[in-house]
Ligand binder design. Structure first.
Ligand SMILES: [Zn+2]
Length: 256
């Protein structure tokens, strides 16, 4: 069996003490690939360095909306050359976050537009963060869709209602599911996940955050992506192996 954790912040301090062990545990748990997204300029550099150091690790580079305060085009000039380092598979994570106020909406939109332009120029897919900003975000993605590659990207750590998933699917985006799919009070999210066709789903941890049940509240890590796949198997009335095979194919279609 081969699983892919399509989103883990392995560069964060939470893994400083035991990063090599975390990667070894992932391999032991059949996690064949890990995608590490960048959230700012230094983080994008760290993601690329981790990918260079570990066979199974791949990177994305981008400016997260919560890191977009004071955004300038220099930041794009700093991350653009990283794309040529050989193991950068996407631009991300990028998007909009109206729940937190780390950056103004104006800065968030400028960073998003610049990152989407970079993705279009480099013909790389995008990893999209969305918190309480579905309408503005999907409008931007619809506008950029003709210039983005095919498939264009993933709505990562999806936590919205079905109509938002449907709009994403209509734009050919994959839908990424994380630990909350396993939480006790997440019946609405499970209903959405059951409706998304398995050939449009990616699995992710979003570690160190959002650890799935029974690790909820503790540090998350790529080995736990199997618990997300397991829950999807139950929702789609199939086996863990079938979910692993299909979601790995999906991730390869997007990122390889
Ligand atoms: Zn993330």
């Amino acid at each position: 069996m081969r699983l892919i954790d399509t989103h883990c912040h392995l560069n964060y301090d939470a893994y400083d003490a035991d990063r090599a062990e975390v990667i070894a545990r992932a391999e032991a748990a059949d996690v064949w690939r890990i995608v590490v997204p960048g959230t700012d300029v230094p983080g994008s550099r760290e993601a690329v360095a981790l990918a260079a150091a570990h066979d199974g690790v791949f990177a994305a580079v981008g400016i997260h909306p919560n890191s977009s305060a004071g955004f300038t085009e220099d930041w794009i000039e700093a991350i653009a050359p990283l794309v040529h380092s050989g193991k950068v598979v996407a631009i991300g994570e990028i998007g909009l976050d109206y729940y937190r106020d780390h950056a103004t909406k104006a800065d968030q939109h400028r960073a998003l537009e610049a990152c989407l332009a970079l993705a279009a120029a480099m013909q790389l897919p995008v990893i999209i963060h969305n918190r309480d900003a579905s309408d503005d975000l999907l409008d931007a993605l619809a506008r950029w869709r003709p210039k983005l590659p095919d498939p264009p990207g993933v709505l990562h750590s999806f936590s919205e209602r079905w109509e938002v998933a449907q709009r994403g699917l209509d734009l050919d985006f994959y839908i990424g599911f994380t630990g909350p799919l396993t939480f006790k009070n997440a019946d609405d999210l499970r209903t959405v996940a059951a409706r998304v066709p398995l050939d449009r789903i990616l699995i992710e941890t979003d570690g160190p955050f959002l650890a799935p049940h029974p690790h909820r509240g503790k540090r998350n890590e790529p080995a736990y992506v199997r618990l997300v796949a397991d829950r999807l198997a139950a929702l789609h009335l199939t086996t863990l192996e079938a979910v692993a095979e299909q979601t790995t194919l999906n991730a390869c279609a997007l990122f390889c």
